[in-house]
Design a protein around this ligand. Structure first.
Ligand SMILES: [Zn+2]
Ligand SMILES: [Zn+2]
Length: 338
């Protein structure tokens, strides 16, 4: 039995009073003893949370019991330690930043590509009339991607819309998009359809679910994840390492954050260079006065800023299950990142 589970999930669904929902949801997660990062927006929920199997199960049960989120697909990983240190729930304008905020143009609740289950994706991806498109950013696909996938030179998903012209040459093909957990594909595929692409498909549940249900076949390298694991193995069928050390060029699967907090870049670095560079991407970062101590993991916990989260209880909210037993418990946990 796993000591802890880590859940990855999202759900596009309209949330009223998103800001209040986020505050209540934070307390609910803390009550369960979860750690993680959740984004709440008017368009839905996106999260990675970690905790005991019991706490994770209680969380999934509660989310699925809410009709707004009944279709949420949880990807469950077994881990030896929680994948986060703190619990954050933030209210933002989108659950993944794309800049595509106008639901009259792009609305994943109304129109997206055809969802392919991992085995369907596996069967289709090598056909002549198919282009497999990675919609993730440089630091993600440089660590791992599907064999023969088209990748984009983007630093952030919000740069994806500007790349549409570059993809025009594939308009006659079937486009199969994929990302980490499926969430980016919801908007990427919707945008492709909006731009006149006719045959758009997307990998449901993303690389993570593909690893679990299709053995990760033909996924080369590792999958970048947004928690302190930094990357996870996907392919148990025909794995290879594709990423190379930034400093010496040697093949390495190791992804770290630069030890200079003002740089904090995600990059691949071998263990030898990690030691020599003290976990930094460059000599300039190595000389930085605020450089953090490199312990070999390349993951750094942010210093929490104390914030008062003792919000007044509002009894008339349509909270449903997001009621927590004790408001006092919430008051004790008064640390939260901004
Ligand atoms: Zn190296
Ligand atoms: Zn750096």
């Amino acid at each position: 039995m796993a000591k802890y589970n880590t859940l990855l999930y999202y759900c596009y669904s309209t949330i009223e009073n998103g800001e209040q929902f986020a505050a209540d949801h934070l307390n609910f997660c803390k009550e369960l003893g979860l750690t993680g990062r959740i984004i709440v927006a008017d368009e839905g929920l996106n999260g990675t949370v970690s905790g005991t199997p019991e706490a994770c199960q209680a969380y999934m049960d509660a989310v699925l019991a809410d009709e707004r989120f009944a279709k949420t697909d949880f990807k469950v990983d077994e881990v030896d330690e929680p994948s986060f240190v703190k619990m954050h729930v933030r209210y933002k304008s989108e659950i993944v930043h794309s800049g595509l905020r106008d639901p009259n143009i792009i609305d994943p609740k109304q129109r997206t590509g055809i969802h392919l289950e991992p085995k369907e994706f596996m069967e289709m991806k090598d056909r002549d009339d198919v282009v497999v498109l990675d919609v993730r950013s440089n630091y993600e696909h440089s660590l791992g991607k599907f064999k023969n996938a088209v990748t984009l030179d983007i630093e952030n998903f919000r740069d994806f819309p500007a790349m549409i012209n570059e993809l025009a040459k594939y308009k006659d093909k079937k486009i199969l998009t994929y990302c980490t957990g499926g969430i980016k594909c919801e908007k990427a595929s919707a945008l492709l359809l909006h731009e006149g692409f006719k045959n758009v498909y997307q990998l449901h549940g993303g690389i993570i679910k593909y690893g679990k249900e299709a053995g990760g076949k033909d996924f080369e390298g590792k999958c970048y994840v947004f928690d302190n694991r930094l990357s996870v193995d996907v392919n148990s069928v025909n794995p290879v390492v594709i990423s190379t050390c930034r400093n010496c060029g040697k093949t390495t699967p190791k992804m770290i954050n630069c030890a200079n907090p003002e740089c904090n870049e995600h990059f691949t670095q071998c263990d030898e260079c990690g030691e020599a560079m003290e976990g930094c991407c460059s000599d300039a970062c190595k000389a930085h006065p605020r450089k953090r101590v490199y312990d070999g993991t390349g993951y750094y916990v942010k210093v929490p800023q104390p914030v008062n989260v003792t919000k007044k209880a509002r009894p008339n909210l349509p909270n449903k299950y997001f009621l927590y037993k004790s408001r006092a418990a919430a008051k004790t946990a008064a640390l939260l990142f901004l």
